[in-house]
Ligand binder design. Structure first.
Ligand code: ADP
Ligand code: MG
Length: 480
């Protein structure tokens, strides 16, 4: 018997707005507990929510980005439940009429194929506060800074069958929202949180099995592991003839297991009803078209353009479009030096290695796109050998800025002047009559070796600065 995994994802994206979704408090991460709160966030009686239109705009931008239909009229509903970090006793969400409806999001897989994921809906809601356990030993404190932070919950159909598909989707979603500028996508700070719904069925079966929901797994590595561990657990249950319980489970990476958190509530338990304090959100076509016209180029479009127009391989194009700063840096270099292939090689080679070594992002490095382009231009015009280029690159990496000055200062010019090279070659031929004789009598294989000898001597004579390609050419002419 072979079991097939069936998975659907719910991703909470924190929208990058300055203020909260229904109040003017700041959304900045990491502030003193409860310093970003006002009477509304604390649910004091008599306060009323006022919708932040920036959150609405960002939700529309997302909907258009995944090619989904925008709900012309959407509404806010109350999801009622009790929890200490939710002082109102209900969360404002969109249950009946979400702002983003069905769409299909094309996810690029590592092998270059496209995996289409059906988006079921995306709705606006407010985040809850945070319980801080043992802030004072033995006590739990409540921090309401996060209460009211705007979230967009993106729900997919149960289209995923493998952990690879899940990870590829999350990476593509991360790229999309950071390109669109609607969320910083920072998983460590909770700006992108993922719940995986997982069930098993026998291969070939049509019906879905009973699912569990794995909550808030905050790294790609943990997601793969959590899926593996939970699928194993369900398989054991099913193979022993028992039934999976529908519930919410938590992945514990240290114990490498999932644990029951609570039995799964059904919609009825929440007594959803329209929030009487908020008006429906009505969006006209003109607004949608205005937002559509301002959308930036999306990652998939950029990837295709890098491959088709700039001649990059699909693989390089997908690596270079994973985040927007890298894609823009690459394009600035490629445009200025007019050598996309070389620009790609530098970014995926030396630049990426240096970033890894320093443990930083491209935006945090001192490297400037136009300088890297100048460096490539000096390789292409024969001024720099690849070894010399490495020295110049190191200087650029350390924050120096003028390629020609770096070349000058370090005496790095490659000698490509024909006159100078010719005189070196003539001197060599005069000084080594025996080798010249040998060369003229030798077969092709042996000639190659002897050319190597002459090039070596010429490099020595020029203190390593002669252009080796030109030397080779000249030697062949003079010796032949
Ligand atoms: P809720 O979590 O509020 O009950 P839904 O019923 O809409 O919401 O489902 C939430 C997610 O679970 C969706 O992403 C959906 O694709 C996924 N899902 C639903 N049924 C299954 C199933 N049998 N196996 C795996 N995933 C499922
Ligand atoms: Mg859910």
């Amino acid at each position: 018997m072979r079991w097939e995994k069936v998975m659907g994802l719910e991703v909470h994206l924190q929208l990058a707005t300055q203020s909260k979704i229904f109040s003017s408090s700041s959304t900045v991460f990491g502030a003193e507990p409860n310093s970003h709160t006002n009477p509304l966030d604390m649910a004091l009686p008599g306060t009323l929510p006022v919708l932040n239109h920036e959150a609405v705009t960002k939700a529309i931008v997302f909907g258009l980005g995944v090619g989904a239909e925008i709900g012309k009229v959407s509404r806010f509903d109350r999801k009622n439940y009790f929890y200490p970090d939710l002082p109102k006793g209900y969360q404002i969400s969109q249950f009946f009429e979400p702002i983003v409806k069905e769409g299909v999001f094309d996810v690029p897989m590592p092998d270059g194929s496209i995996f289409p994921v059906r988006i079921l809906r995306a709705h606006l809601e407010e985040d809850a506060g945070k319980s801080v356990h043992d802030a004072i030993p033995g006590q739990t404190a409540i921090d309401l800074n996060r209460a009211g932070t705007p979230l967009l919950e993106v729900v997919t159909e149960p289209d995923f069958r493998t952990a690879d598909q899940v990870v590829a989707y999350l990476k593509a979603l991360h790229a999309l929202v950071t390109y669109l500028g609607i969320s910083d996508g920072n998983m460590a700070e909770g700006s992108m949180r993922c719940d995986v719904n997982l069930s098993l069925r026998l291969e070939g079966e049509q019906e879905y099995g009973t699912r569990t929901e794995l909550k808030n797994i905050n790294s790609f590595r943990f997601i793969e592991r959590a899926i593996y561990v939970e699928a194993e657990r369900q398989q054991d249950i099913l193979e022993s003839g028992r039934a999976v319980t529908q519930e919410t489970r938590l992945f514990d990476p240290d114990a490498d297991e999932t644990r029951s958190m609570r039995s799964k509530e059904v919609a009825n338990d929440y007594r959803y009803f329209p929030d009487p304090d908020l008006l429906p959100v009505v969006i006209d076509d003109e607004t949608i078209e205005r937002i559509r016209a301002e959308l930036p180029e999306l990652p998939t479009t950029k990837r295709a353009r890098f491959a088709e127009q700039l001649g990059l391989s699909q693989y390089d194009a997908s690596l270079l479009t994973q985040d927007r700063p890298t894609a823009e840096f690459f394009e600035a270099v490629a445009t200025k030096c007019n050598n996309p292939k070389s620009a790609a090689n530098w970014l995926l080679g030396d630049v990426s290695a240096s970033l890894n070594k320093a443990g930083i992002q491209l935006t945090e490095s001192k490297l400037v796109a136009v300088e890297l382009a100048d460096l490539i231009l000096r390789i292409d015009d024969g001024t720099l050998s690849s070894k010399m280029a490495k020295t110049v690159f190191d200087a650029l990496w350390d924050g120096e800025t003028n390629v020609d000055q770096i070349i000058e200062k370090n005496g790095l010019k490659q000698v490509s002047d024909t006159g100078a090279l010719e005189s070196i070659v003539s001197d060599l031929i005069a000084a080594n009559p025996a080798q010249v004789e040998q060369y003229r009598a030798a077969d092709e294989g042996k000639q190659k070796k002897l050319i190597g000898f002459f090039v070596g001597q010429a490099m020595k004579a020029s203190k390593g600065q002669a252009n080796p390609q030109m030397l080779n050419q000249l030697l062949k002419e003079k010796l032949g």
